[in-house]
Design a protein around this ligand. Structure first.
Ligand SMILES: *Cc1c(COP(=O)(O)O)cnc(C)c1O
Length: 388
């Protein structure tokens, strides 16, 4: 079975040594030493001054919205994970969708101004698949209209934009360290800001607003994370460079192997050090994509329709027409990408997809055995390539 992603797990002994230290201290949560150590090491790794480790990526978004005191309408993308939109609604604001760019699949800045009304308070944009939005264009529009900017950077661990961590942009950036993300702490997330007042406010909010044992400075929530999750993060952080390298190799292997495929990939931002967080493939039409999905499932390879359906069609929202997003969303899927995938896994996956392109949906397993070379000569070369 090949799932779309597999969580990275460190050596169990390393994790156990952190567990022993927790047992010795008997300090389980509430800003413990491992949480502090993780925050410090993350700051060093990302080369940033400030971050707050929180319970998950959704909480990070909610705290960001609350800390900026956003009201009314928030302009956002219909092409993201559901938590992006849900956080807006959960915080009592109204999401106003702006369609995506057909090349990058990120919110299209050219369409933002038309959606601004006197009620607009912010833009909440996702860097989809770890590929940064047009950050400068979005910030410029926000400045002109006095709007706040939040970037949902849940896919962006390790992504750099203009040689800086992409977490440095916007009034606040947020991320997720969920088990399915490339760096994870089982459950977890973070908020990032360069503004000292916002940082202080969010630090208070994360911990019920406590300003001392018997004092409350803010309306807060329980957004803390714990020693056990921090321990997983500390183990995984040591491996994250290898994880990033491996994903890069696998992605290049895919691109090469899929060269004959009539499909498109997101146009990556020019100012980018990319983290290869996902391997999305935009097919020519939905039927072709669904046939591939099915053919892969027949071989116990499970891809995902990230992101489908468009968030603008959520049942608790007034529907809005987002033609580009609807078209992309109906035709895109993410192929498996994780550190333990092998080149023979990729050969199998890409061969199945190319077979669907060449022969249509297979009725029997016979056609699975079409030799790779018959589909694409480059594959034989790629087989001996660096990914393993
Ligand atoms: C994963 C994800 C989130 C939510 O993160 P959790 O840690 O699962 O709460 C938010 N936004 C995007 C774009 C995501 O992919």
């Amino acid at each position: 079975m090949i799932p779309v992603t597999k969580p990275f797990l460190p050596g169990i002994q390393e994790f156990e040594s952190y567990m022993s230290s927790i047992w010795e201290r008997q300090w389980l949560t509430n800003n413990g030493p491992l949480v502090n150590e993780l925050e410090l090491k993350l700051k060093n790794y990302l080369n940033i001054k400030h971050l707050l480790y929180v319970s998950n990526g959704t909480m990070a978004l909610q705290i960001a919205i609350k800390a900026l005191d956003l009201k009314g309408e928030i302009i956002t993308t219909p092409f993201s994970f559901v938590a992006t939109t849900n956080s807006i609604v959960w915080e009592g604001c109204t999401p106003v969708f702006v369609d995506i760019d057909g090349e990058t699949f990120n919110i299209d800045p050219a369409k933002i101004e038309a959606a601004i009304t006197p009620k607009t308070s912010a833009i909440l944009a996702t860097h989809v698949y770890g590929n940064p939005c047009d950050i400068d264009a979005i910030q410029k529009i926000a400045d002109q209209h006095s709007l706040k900017v939040i970037f949902d950077a849940a896919h962006c661990f390790g992504t750099k934009y203009k040689n800086k961590s992409v977490f440095e942009y916007g009034d606040i950036s947020t991320t997720s360290f969920h088990a399915t993300k490339l760096f994870h702490t089982i459950e977890g997330g973070a908020v990032f800001t360069k503004c000292p007042d916002l940082l202080k406010k969010m630090a208070l909010m994360r911990n019920f607003g406590h300003n001392g044992p018997d004092e409350f400075a803010e309306l807060g929530i329980n957004g803390k994370n714990c020693e056990f999750h921090a321990a997983m993060g500390l183990c995984n952080l040591k491996q994250v460079d290898d994880i990033l390298d491996k994903r890069r190799l696998l992605s290049f292997y895919y691109w090469k192997a899929l060269a004959p495929l009539k499909a498109k990939y997101p146009k990556l931002n020019e100012n980018l050090d990319y983290n290869y967080a996902y391997f999305p493939v935009l097919f020519e039409n939905e039927e072709f994509m669904l046939n591939c999905l099915k053919a892969l499932e027949n071989e116990k390879i499970y891809c995902r329709r990230y992101f489908y359906p468009p968030l603008s069609s959520l049942p608790f929202l007034a529907p809005s027409y987002m033609p580009v997003c609807e078209s992309v969303s109906s035709r895109i899927m993410c192929l498996p990408l994780y550190h333990t995938l092998t080149s023979s896994d990729l050969d199998l996956i890409t061969r199945i997809i190319l077979r669907v392109q060449n022969y249509g949906q297979p009725e029997s397993s016979e056609k699975v055995n079409v030799p790779i070379e018959a589909l694409h000569p480059a594959l034989t070369i790629a087989q001996n390539g660096a990914a393993h």
